[in-house]
Structures are given as structure tokens and as C-alpha cells.
Design a protein around this ligand. Structure first.
Ligand code: ADP
Ligand code: MG
Length: 146
């Protein structure tokens, strides 16, 4: 996401930020496209994920996957077929990724894999991922790409 500059945004601008992200990431036939969303509790990771899901044509309600770790959603109308929303907060060891079918997930084509708390599984994330950091900035949020 090298082309995305720092942005200050409020919740009403979330859709615009999501559109900007989707404009610079591409679906791939060779494997999942990974979008790491890093930020403290309450930073707005799930809010942004919901906006991304809406723009990917997800009709199911997106809920935080904290307890199930990863949730799969069918998308429509874009080059992506599947959205996977992962919350790595509770993961303590990369071994916990094995039962999630992690290797197969990374190889899954036309898939957008959004990871909240990416720092928990940083060693398992591909170098080619898109990685953004969201920070509290008063009533607003500040988003930057790494
Ligand atoms: P996270 O998933 O990072 O823990 P959430 O997406 O659940 O955070 O958002 C936490 C709170 O912050 C919610 O009350 C939400 O309404 C608010 N929020 C989300 N994005 C923004 C934003 N850009 N500006 C202001 N408030 C926001
Ligand atoms: Mg969240």
C-alpha cells in the first residue's frame, strides 16, 4: 500500500478510506492478498473491516471474530471471491495457526485476508502483505501504511 499516505479520518470517512485501500490492493490467482490492520483496542480495525466488507459486496453481517479467530465471507462484484477476517489477539503461538489451515489459506486465490492484531503472528505473515497502522488521534483516527 505504498501509495497510501497518512490520513486523519473520522468514522464517517471510513468508507472513503476503505475505497482508497481497495483501489491499491489487487486480488491474485496465486494466493491470498493479506491486509494487516494494526492498532490498539478501539482503534477502528473492525469498523474499517466492515466498510471493506460492504464494498466487497459481503451481505452477511460482519462481526468481530475474536472467539472464532477467523471468519469467512463470500464477496461479490469485485475481483475477490472471499473475505477472511481474522483476529489474532488470542493467538499465543504460531502453532495455533495450523488447525486454521493457515498454509492453505495463504495459497487461496482471489481471497482478501484481513488480520487484526497482526503483530501476534508477524512471523507467519508474508512479506508482500499490505500493512496499515491505525492510531487514536483525539476523536479521530490516524491511518498510515507501512
Ligand atoms: P478495534 O476493532 O480496533 O478494536 P473498533 O472498530 O471496534 O476498534 O472501533 C472502536 C470504536 O471506535 C467504536 O466505537 C467505533 O465507533 C469508533 N471508531 C471507529 N473508527 C473511528 C474513526 N475513524 N473515528 C472515530 N471513531 C471511530
Ligand atoms: Mg476489533
Amino acid at each position: 500500500m505504498k501509495s497510501m499516505k497518512e490520513r486523519i479520518y473520522n468514522e464517517a470517512d471510513t468508507a472513503a478510506i476503505a475505497a482508497e485501500i481497495l483501489a491499491v490492493i489487487n486480488s491474485s490467482d496465486d494466493g491470498a492478498t493479506v491486509l494487516a490492520l494494526q492498532g490498539d483496542l478501539g482503534a477502528g480495525k473492525t469498523t474499517l473491516t466492515k466498510a471493506l466488507a460492504a464494498q466487497l459486496g459481503v451481505v452477511e453481517t460482519v462481526v468481530s471474530p475474536t472467539f472464532v479467530i477467523a471468519k469467512y465471507y463470500q464477496t461479490s462484484g469485485t475481483d475477490f471471491d472471499t473475505l477472511v477476517h481474522m483476529d489474532a489477539y488470542r493467538i499465543e503461538s504460531l502453532d495455533e495457526l495450523v488447525p486454521l489451515g493457515w498454509d492453505a489459506l495463504l495459497k487461496q486465490p482471489k481471497t482478501l485476508l484481513i488480520v487484526e492484531w497482526p503483530e501476534k503472528i508477524i512471523g507467519a505473515l508474508p512479506d508482500g502483505r499490505h500493512h496499515v497502522v491505525i492510531k487514536h488521534d483525539g476523536e479521530q483516527r490516524n491511518i498510515t501504511s507501512l
